[in-house]
Design a protein around this ligand. Sequence first.
Ligand code: SF4
Length: 336
Amino acid sequence: MQLSALRERLRAAGAGPVHEQRVLRLWSNALPQSSGKRRPEHFLPAALLAALPALESELAGLARLRSAHPADDGSERLLVELADGQTVESVLLPRDGLCISSQVGCAVKCVFCMTGRDGLLRQLGSAEMVAQVALARTRRPVKKVVFMGMGEPAHNLDNVLEAIELLGTAGNIGHKNLVFSTVGDPRVFERLPQGRVKPALALSLHTTRPELREQLLPRAPRMTPQELVDAGERYARATGYPIQYQWTLLEGINDGADEIEGIVRLLSGKYGVLNMIPFNRVDGLDFRRPSWERAAEIARTLHRRGILTKLRQSAAQDVEGGCGQLRARHDAPSAP
Ligand code: SF4
């Protein structure tokens, strides 16, 4: 379901702009429609009141909890079932964050990612993205939403931007606490600055070498690391939000001295932070994770050279935390 279709249905049931906003606010904040000082029957048109129970159960069915997997780091990975039985993953992060999915599967096919292995299965509607937030809020407060789960948000741009607009208004999330994460696509840099709600931006860099990037992210739009950083820098300066550059550390592939020099060349003086995340093991893939000591040494070296670098663990690692692994495990045929 798209949010635009939901709005039309509310209007058809007699909702004015204030009623519409109220219904969307309560839903996206996981509050009952009877919340507030004024009883809904004193406030909402009769036709809308009559339509609400069926609508509420339809909205609840957009994202249902299939299973929850808490981890030692305070995060909790959720396997979420959509109305057609497909599943996606959301991750509740420490400090009131939530990572949500924008697609079932993904067409970018990054060679180190479980989600990319089966390609794209379907797009998520904008209401299905907001429904992941509403579902998560039944478990914990959510004050930050990152679009870093399954899928490439740039490949579902209209729906993601529609969800971002609702979350940044009725959904009560501060605009800089909405994070659009992408491998980089020229359309993103055209559309994001035009939005009423401008999210922060995370760019998946992974290497400074254009030819290696084409191998690691085979279906990403052909933007070189330099073009990506130049476009990111313009957006960061325009919005006042630093870019988060993402780097999955793969032993022997993008953890060498050449990459450190490349990062210094590319990111010196830029308004951004480099998030390095050691590769999370995926069954069937031969990539290796560098030791934590090696990763920490790289981060320290970059710091000394003036690059703001944060070394992170992938959230919920101890519960098969690699993006898409929970879904893959769930969908795998059971052993005979
Ligand atoms: Fe898609 Fe992200 Fe996985 Fe790449 S890492 S295949 S963009 S979900």
